[in-house]
Design a protein around this ligand. Sequence first.
Ligand code: COA
Length: 327
Amino acid sequence: MLGVRLTGTGRAEVSPRLDNHQLSQLVDTSDEWIVTRTGIRARRLVSAEQGVTDLAVQAAQNALAAAGLTPFEVELIILATSTPDDLFGSASLVQDRLGAKRAVAFDLTAACSGFVFGVVTAAQFLKTGAYRRAVVIGADVLSRWVDWQDRRTCVLFGDGAGAVVLEASAQDRLLGFELQNDGSQNACLTLAYQGQPRPLIDDVTVTLGAYQFIAMNGQEVYKFAVKRVPEVIEKALFRAGLTSDQVDYFVLHQANQRILDAVAAKLAVPPERMLSNLDRYGNTSAASIPIVLDEAVRSGHIQAGHTLVLAGFGAGLTLGALVCRWG
Ligand code: COA
């Protein structure tokens, strides 16, 4: 078995920006309520002309440039998204628009855990020697699926994309991981299909329809995250033979500042080691981890040799954590 290195990050620039004051003109809420309960001050939303594919291509281009690779050198592209431009998948279009002619590309859906699931999946291909260079993209446009009249959900989400380049290497820098599902809590967070029966002929009926808005039981999701995320991180750390005090930075899915604070407290991690950009982006689902990772790498906070924990959680319910050494 070969090893894996993470060698570059990138993100897409998304505008316009919608802050809490503007949002309070749409629904009965306030900047004070949103900041106190979530830590979010503003979110970015794609323009009407943009889609997940556009964001994903831009994030991947920036990650490849950071890694010093050309698209032609990429052999695998995984697009973690729950909001593809096409239900058949958007990864093929990303492959084409990147010019990654040699790469196999597919979508992976695991909601806000999608990026962590994607990195772990890509790593398996690299460790067996099947492929040598992969790009994992987390991209979501949840603004298309939010009920902008529902104050319980619309204040939380934003759009974005981030990406990371993985390369096969003699030394393994992916030190441990743990992925989990709890389908028994599926109803807590859904973006569900709703079809109307349409009789075709005799006793044959199909359904035709569309997807509902995002529906969430906020308190249940909160309890799930605060209990289970520290546990999944501990398991990944155990596999890596490390403890939380040996980790330089925790890069968690950005859902709610209170969740980040509670996880940090449970793991006895000082706040400065728990990265957060929630105030500026809100919850961008599969994109949130690679975006905050990219910001921390480009600002010089994360440096070669640093030990990182990446952890995601969300609809499914899904959760996962991985431990890696950067660079
Ligand atoms: N502005 C003002 N008031 C709001 C509001 C908003 N945007 N959203 C809800 N409220 C109101 C509710 O109607 C309720 O009022 P009531 O008591 O008169 O009925 C009150 O605030 C409390 O609602 P509640 O749902 O109990 O709030 P909460 O403290 O649980 O906070 C969340 C709500 C969503 C911020 C919180 O549950 C949470 O963050 N959950 C996790 C969600 C998450 O991270 N999801 C994504 C996972 S990937």
